[in-house]
Design a protein around this ligand. Structure first.
Ligand SMILES: [Zn+2]
Length: 97
């Protein structure tokens, strides 16, 4: 995964709703036979390992992909990342205002 694709910052992540620990973005490669290869993106607490839901983005690395397909993959990856951050932040019960 190319980190240059990602423009959002870690400050957007709220602390862990369970222990207040530092949340970190994480991903794992998924090569399930039932769908194209891709990345599972999720947020994880670095202290207690609480985890957000996982969001899937196809990341086929093929020289035959068109620029449009590459752009689509990039957008999907960014969307999955946004979704995982949102899912994590929604679970946060702490009030800031
Ligand atoms: Zn935690």
């Amino acid at each position: 995964m190319n980190i240059d694709h990602f423009i959002m910052t870690k400050e957007l992540l709220k602390p862990c709703p369970f222990c207040g620990g530092k949340a970190e973005e994480s991903s794992r490669y998924d090569s399930d036979d039932n769908r194209p290869d891709g990345e599972q993106l999720f947020i994880e607490c670095s202290d207690c390992c609480a985890k957000s839901a996982e969001f899937y983005a196809v990341t086929i690395n093929d020289i035959h992909l068109t620029p449009i397909q590459r752009k689509e993959q990039k957008d999907n990856l960014l969307q999955a990342r946004k979704d995982s951050i949102e899912a994590w932040n929604k679970r946060c019960r702490r009030k800031y205002h």
